[in-house]
Design a protein around this ligand. Structure first.
Ligand SMILES: [Zn+2]
Length: 362
């Protein structure tokens, strides 16, 4: 069988479930999975399968529009801050009351629902209210990277579809299938944190190995003055800027393909070009965050090795070993705490600067 779900890799049980649900949908789904498991891609693919007359043939205009995130009946709720605000979710609810323009459903996508709030200004209950008795032709697609206690009631209103992390082997095989040389595929797969799109960008990235070592050598380079920290931060943010370049190349290629496609259909320009460009910007922001988290992982691994060395050293020189092991543990905790603060609207430079100064004092 060839259909839209062929583009999803390493999620066999989720795909089996989605193929069935596409024929017989309910009003709300919650897709959960770890960072980089491809939640966004899976939701887009499922939206195509829901809209397509043939449940996701992958060939028709309906599928094409949905896969390009250009179906006007598929609405992506827009979050501007660290957490979901009540008015943002009310807007999503308002859209959910619309009648679909096309022949399919009104689909409302709300990503990262773990970022809803409870307490004094509870956006979680606004979301819950939307999920109560939505119109017949409306389907909610929610995603969550983790499922805290506060989501229990929301989860109970949805059918849950679980994704798992993509394995490095899955990613490597896919990259090689798409023409990458094995060595580059291997390095990119290892650095992609289970995320296919990221792996596809990294495999074109000649600077990847250099970036990994830039992060890994931070502990050695943080010995001196605070100006060292500033220089490091500048290098790291510069490297992240450069890392976005291959993604921009891919996006340009995608846009050019759309332009060529529009010409072929006798249209003067690409419809929804603004939407496409906004979507590209969102993807670039997400990529920056992933790149940052990837750096934190490399840095953590480096401190883990120092921790191991410290534990070995303990047997010979107790004081030095203790210090090395103790400071490595604190460093790992500091990196983890910073990693949790990374969001769409974070000031990357400040965050990195704080982290470097903290690490320097350990
Ligand atoms: Zn189709």
């Amino acid at each position: 069988m060839t259909d839209v779900f062929d583009r999803i890799v390493g999620q066999d049980s989720a795909v089996t479930a989605m193929r069935q649900y596409a024929r017989n949908p309910v009003h709300a789904y919650l897709f959960s999975g770890p960072v980089g498991s491809g939640l966004h891609d899976v939701v887009i693919t499922f939206s195509a399968a829901l809209q397509c007359e043939n449940h996701g043939c992958g060939l028709c205009e309906t599928c094409r529009l949905a896969l390009s995130e250009l179906d006007s009946d598929v609405h992506f709720a827009d979050r501007t801050g660290i957490s979901w605000r009540i008015d943002e979710l009310r807007e999503a609810e308002r859209v959910s009351r619309r009648r679909p323009i096309g022949g399919g459903y009104q689909i409302v996508v709300i990503e990262d629902v773990e970022l809803t709030t409870t307490g004094a200004s509870p956006s979680a209950s606004a979301l819950l209210k939307s999920l109560e008795e939505p119109p017949q032709k409306t389907i909610f697609l929610l995603t969550a990277e983790d499922l805290p206690e506060q989501l229990t009631t929301i989860i109970s209103r949805c059918v849950e579809i679980k994704l798992k992390s993509l394995t490095e082997e899955d990613l490597e095989a896919l990259l090689i299938r798409d023409g990458a040389i094995p060595q580059a595929a291997r390095t990119a797969a290892l650095a992609a944190n289970g995320n296919l799109r990221r792996a596809q960008v990294l495999v074109r990235d000649a600077e990847l190995a250099k970036r990994i070592s830039q992060w890994r050598t931070i502990p050695d380079r943080l010995q001196g003055s605070t100006s060292d920290a500033a220089i490091l931060v500048e290098e790291l943010t510069g490297a992240i800027d450069a890392a976005i370049a291959p993604l921009q190349v891919i996006q340009d290629e995608e846009l050019n393909a759309l332009i060529a496609n529009a010409k072929e259909m006798g249209q003067r320009s690409v419809a929804n070009r603004k939407d496409i460009e906004a979507q590209f910007k969102r993807e670039q922001r997400r990529f920056r965050i992933e790149e940052l988290k990837f750096g934190f992982t490399a840095l953590t691994n480096s401190y883990r090795e120092r921790l191991t060395d410290g534990l070995v050293e303990l047997q010979e020189n107790t004081a030095r070993g203790e210090h090395r092991a103790g400071s490595s543990i604190k460093a790992i905790e500091a990196v983890a705490a910073t990693s949790r603060l990374v969001t769409l609207n974070v000031d990357e430079g400040l965050l990195l600067n704080d982290l470097m100064l903290t690490l320097m004092q350990l």
